[in-house]
Design a protein around this ligand. Structure first.
Ligand code: SRM
Ligand code: SF4
Length: 566
């Protein structure tokens, strides 16, 4: 390991935690609604965050009452796969322990919100009983591995999913802390001192994300991962994986040394070297990643601070041989997975839009009930997408109309009935649960989409494929610096507006405006959209058009409107 001169408090905590145990066990057994700061930090490694309801906090404080504390729990499922039985079990747990909703995340998992402290252990144990885990879904470890959600029954998709599952399992910590704390497993006294062969006593400097894509399916935004792997097939044979390192979306306002970054292609490996390669990259980040400043601890900063050639050499050293050059690769595509599609084995899948990933019953739209009934009745295995949607898979052709009818009867809108903007609009959780949110995101997605749709209609752009990504802070959980339009919470009630990324996820957007009041955002974008309608080239996306204009010309177009903005 490097001899770090200064280490953050989290580093010291990890080291003294007895492999992620700390005082979690005793604290969970005690009463109350909260845990200590140390236990809170360690609990993340086991997949849970302490939160409080930010909607009620101020009013409660003025009455001298405690905030409403609860826990968010995140499940691990590489590639967003779960069985019908698992889905139904999780759905039931949302009532028993959570806030009666399931939240599909931008990394293809499910989150529960609103689990009170006394229910945390039984909830995690119950998730585990479904043969899913919450282990390492948060914390300084390898997070949920993402990959194409498309349930296409061909060799390329099958291999991609198998490799995602392999990496996900291989890169889990070996500590038995999770099993002892949440599953009452007895400590293993037969093997002497417990070791973490890959991670060591301080685990990784920061979260570490891996995604696997195909050039023809970059729905995961592979270049936003610390380690992005792109499978290259030629004439039905897997030639190898292109390796990209140093992606990440988060940044901190007012800290110019933090920034979103797309992963850089650093080389390629053969089809059977994936596991060794992933372990090698993890070891490079473990040993050389920053451990002093958590805001600059992701692999992307190591790549920029040391340079790509250095990183390439370091990976080669860990791997035992130099990385081969990247394999030739076609341009990325982003297929639309919503609606009805043939799987290639006689079965069909139906992609259903979930509003910002939230599976809930709300008013006349009983989305949660609809999905539960369809999954239960037809034994459908759902797949979760990186766009926060769900694919209902393995459907016999004769059942298609019955399933459509059932969903409609519960008020669920079918994909063919929504605009491309609504199809591709993502929003992070933000308020009221996220402790880092500066603005709303999930809760303003629908009104913002509706207002933008009206503008698009005015300019004849309603069929235009435009991706909108909204986050309540600069951490970029809905990958808001990629795509055509990014709205990033800046201060309460106002967003930084980003444009100019590309749909395929290969170019970051630029900041058009620093601070625009929520109610002015759509008006500010209108002149740009109007000019795009008149001057956009055939086949050019809105982000491409803004990129072609460049920041200065784009800003000149919106300046008049901005002058009247907050
Ligand atoms: Fe995220 C922190 C939610 C995907 C970058 N993210 C958080 C926390 C845990 C807030 C916190 O630290 O207190 C949020 C919990 C909110 C809540 O109430 O549930 C949170 N992130 C989410 C989810 C649920 C957003 C969503 O609406 O779907 C996504 C869960 C993914 C999963 O299943 O594992 C989620 N987060 C992402 C992504 C997108 C991705 O990975 O494809 C990113 C950008 C990529 C990246 O990692 O750079 C992302 N989240 C962050 C960051 C910035 C990290 C950085 O190094 O810059 C933070 C803050 C941090 O880690 O300090 C963060
Ligand atoms: Fe919270 Fe910010 Fe992530 Fe949104 S982007 S979930 S506000 S950390």
């Amino acid at each position: 390991m490097t001899t770090a001169t200064k280490r953050s408090a989290t580093e010291l905590l990890k080291e003294s935690s007895q492999r992620l145990r700390g005082t979690i066990g005793t604290e969970l057994a005690a009463g109350g609604t909260q845990v200590s700061d140390a236990a809170e930090a360690l609990l993340k490694f086991h997949g849970t965050y302490e939160q409080y309801d930010r909607d009620t906090a101020t009013a409660l404080k003025t009455q001298g009452l405690e905030k409403e504390y609860s826990f968010m729990v995140r499940v691990r499922m590489p590639g967003g796969r779960l069985t019908a039985a698992q889905y139904l079990a999780l759905d039931a747990l949302a009532d028993r322990y959570g806030n009666a909703t399931l939240r599909v995340t931008t990394r293809q998992t499910i989150q529960f919100h609103g689990i009170v402290k006394g229910n945390l252990k039984p909830a995690i144990a119950a998730i585990n009983a479904t043969l899913l885990t919450t282990q390492s879904t948060c914390g300084d470890v390898v997070r949920n591995v993402t990959t194409s959600a498309a349930p296409r029954r061909d060799a390329a998709h099958a291999r991609l999913l198998a490799d995602a599952c392999l990496l996900s399992a291989d890169l889990l910590p070996r500590s038995r802390a999770y099993h002892e704390i949440f599953l009452d497993a007895a400590p293993d006294e037969t093997t002497g001192e417990e070791t973490e062969p890959l991670f060591g006593p301080t685990y990784l400097p920061r979260k570490f994300k891996i995604g696997l894509a195909l050039p023809q399916d970059n729905t995961i935004d592979v270049l936003s991962n610390d380690l992005g792997l792109i499978a290259i097939w030629e004439e039905g044979v897997l030639r190898g994986y292109n390796v990209a390192v140093g992606g990440g979306m988060g940044m901190t306002h007012n800290r110019p040394d933090t920034y979103p970054r797309l992963a850089s292609l650093v080389g390629s490996v053969g089809p059977d070297e994936l596991r060794a390669l992933a372990e090698a990259v993890v070891r490079v980040q473990r040993d050389h990643g920053g451990r002093a400043d958590r805001k600059r601890a992701r692999l992307k900063y190591l790549v920029d601070d040391q340079g790509l050639p250095w990183v390439r050499e370091a990976i080669g050293r860990e791997l035992g041989h130099a990385l081969a050059d990247p394999l030739p690769m076609p341009a990325f595509e982003v297929p639309d997975l919503l609606g009805w599609h043939e799987q290639g084995d006689g079965g069909w899948w139906l992609g259903v839009k979930l509003p910002a990933g939230r599976i809930a019953d709300a008013g006349t739209v009983r989305l949660r009930t609809a999905l539960r009934e369809v999954v239960q009745r037809y034994g459908i295995d759902p797949v979760l997408t990186p766009q926060q949607d769900v694919l209902l898979t393995n459907i016999a052709p004769r059942l298609r109309s019955a399933i459509t009818r059932k969903l409609r009867a519960h008020g669920v809108t079918m994909a063919g009935e929504i605009t491309p903007l609504a199809r591709w609009a993502m929003a992070c959780v933000a308020l009221p649960t996220c402790g880092l949110a500066l603005t709303e995101a999930e809760r303003v997605r629908a009104p913002l989409v509706a207002d933008l749709e009206a503008v698009l209609r005015r300019h004849g752009l309603e069929r235009e494929r435009i991706s909108l990504r909204i986050t309540g802070c600069p951490n970029g959980c809905a990958r808001s610096y990629g795509g055509d339009i990014g709205l990033v919470g800046r201060v309460p009630g106002a967003y930084a507006v980003f444009v100019g990324g590309d749909f395929a996820g290969t170019r970051l957007s630029f900041k058009l405006l620093e601070r625009v009041a929520q109610e002015r955002v759509v008006a500010v974008l209108e002149p740009l959209l109007a000019t795009f309608a008149q001057q956009g080239w055939r086949g050019e996306g809105f982000g491409d058009f803004c990129h072609r204009l460049g920041p200065e010309a784009a800003l000149a177009l919106v300046e008049g409107v901005q002058a009247s903005a907050a």
